[in-house]
Design a protein around this ligand. Sequence first.
Ligand SMILES: NC(=O)C1=CN([C@@H]2O[C@H](COP(=O)(O)OP(=O)(O)OC[C@H]3O[C@@H](n4cnc5c(N)ncnc54)[C@H](OP(=O)(O)O)[C@@H]3O)[C@@H](O)[C@H]2O)C=CC1
Ligand SMILES: Nc1c(N[C@@H]2O[C@H](COP(=O)(O)O)[C@@H](O)[C@H]2O)[nH]c(=O)[nH]c1=O
Length: 389
Amino acid sequence: MGGATSDSGALAGWGPGPVSEAEAMGMALELARRGVRGANPLVGAVILDPAGQVLAHGYHRGAGTPHAEADALAAAAAAGTDVSGATMVVTLEPCNHTGRTGPCSQAILAAGISRVVYAAADSNAEAAGGAAALAAAGVDAEGGLLAAESAELNHRWALAMAGRRPFVTVKTAQTLDGRTAAEDGTSQWITGSAARTDGHGIRSRADAVVVGTGTVLADDPQLTARDELGGAARRQPLRVVVGHRPVPDNAAIRGTDGRFLQLDSHDPEVICRDLYGRGVRHLMVEGGAQVASAFLRAGLADELVAYVAPVLLGAGTSAVGDLGVQTLADASRWRWDVTDGGPARLVGQDLRLRLEPVPETGATPAEHHLGSGPPRMNTDELNPPRTEH
Ligand SMILES: NC(=O)C1=CN([C@@H]2O[C@H](COP(=O)(O)OP(=O)(O)OC[C@H]3O[C@@H](n4cnc5c(N)ncnc54)[C@H](OP(=O)(O)O)[C@@H]3O)[C@@H](O)[C@H]2O)C=CC1
Ligand SMILES: Nc1c(N[C@@H]2O[C@H](COP(=O)(O)O)[C@@H](O)[C@H]2O)[nH]c(=O)[nH]c1=O
């Protein structure tokens, strides 16, 4: 029986023969890395027949889209592949709750999967319990295979979950010399329309977008998510202003849809706690420099997305302000994020860079990325360039 895949590309780098569960987990981790960061963890799944042949695979494409297990099951169903009696190898414990999608534990049971091998347990209390539910229904559920690799992939997401705060993406649009505005405060536009549309893609995935009063008074931003033609995206974030000064009654950010909020605080922890209480699980910080720096100083930046324009200003506002770093040894160090098509991509005329904080384990970025798991797939083939989000 032929294997089904959720992508047009096959699992490049892996031969057609049977694989072990550990090798399948390696595949699932590579699939997970295709996903996009945000409110949900990156997850990949591979379905094996009893002989170890790959029947189907899938991954999670971000909040609101099918989970990896559902994606793999859908791929199998679309190909007419019977997965009853098969093994689901997945990088995260299957969820047991109805969020924006249904519980994976139920989908797995309905498909007749008889064994589930997962890597890391789900640290999201709202979704956990899938393994126990599966075991109670007679499925052979086993956790822990390559758990460290899976946990490492989602280390910042897990930190956010444990802290009961949103996953935070800090986005900047900057010049080659790291400026986000000219000396007179003008900043529209540093990056081109393609990069701005890409940034709107993050807005539409995020639950809330935050700027400081300085940005509101300087730019009068709309802060809505819009497509390349300026049309409203289907999903709109809550528009949040932080700071003491009042937001003018006629400010564009107020809009007319009621999705506007001002928080009279300078403290990122307070802001995160408040927004989490309002259901915000992915927060995008759009600046300006003072607010972005405050999140960085507080260790509350889980992802950095920098759009770098081929422009020099020589003076003006720096993308980030004082981080309390006096000497190089104290520098805030980041690593390139290899997920979601890779850390660097040309978007129109601008370069989009994506980074994540180095986990505090002492391992080097290379050690983190390469891990010590089973043989790896060809990442180039797994990460085809994507043109939009
Ligand atoms: N290219 C880009 O990516 C972007 C560029 N910009 C540009 O940046 C400039 C504005 O920068 P900036 O003034 O830094 O803008 P901010 O949006 O960071 O606003 C700063 C103000 O926010 C309030 N505030 C809230 N939290 C904090 C905090 N933790 N620390 C300090 N202040 C806080 C304070 O005002 P209060 O007294 O009211 O409390 C402060 O004066 C503009 O020229 C704008 O065009 C802005 C965003 C993105
Ligand atoms: N200048 C600048 C950005 N600036 C950010 O976008 C906000 C304006 O959003 P809106 O009014 O919705 O179009 C502005 O206040 C600031 O937060 N973004 C970018 O992608 N590229 C740019 O060159």
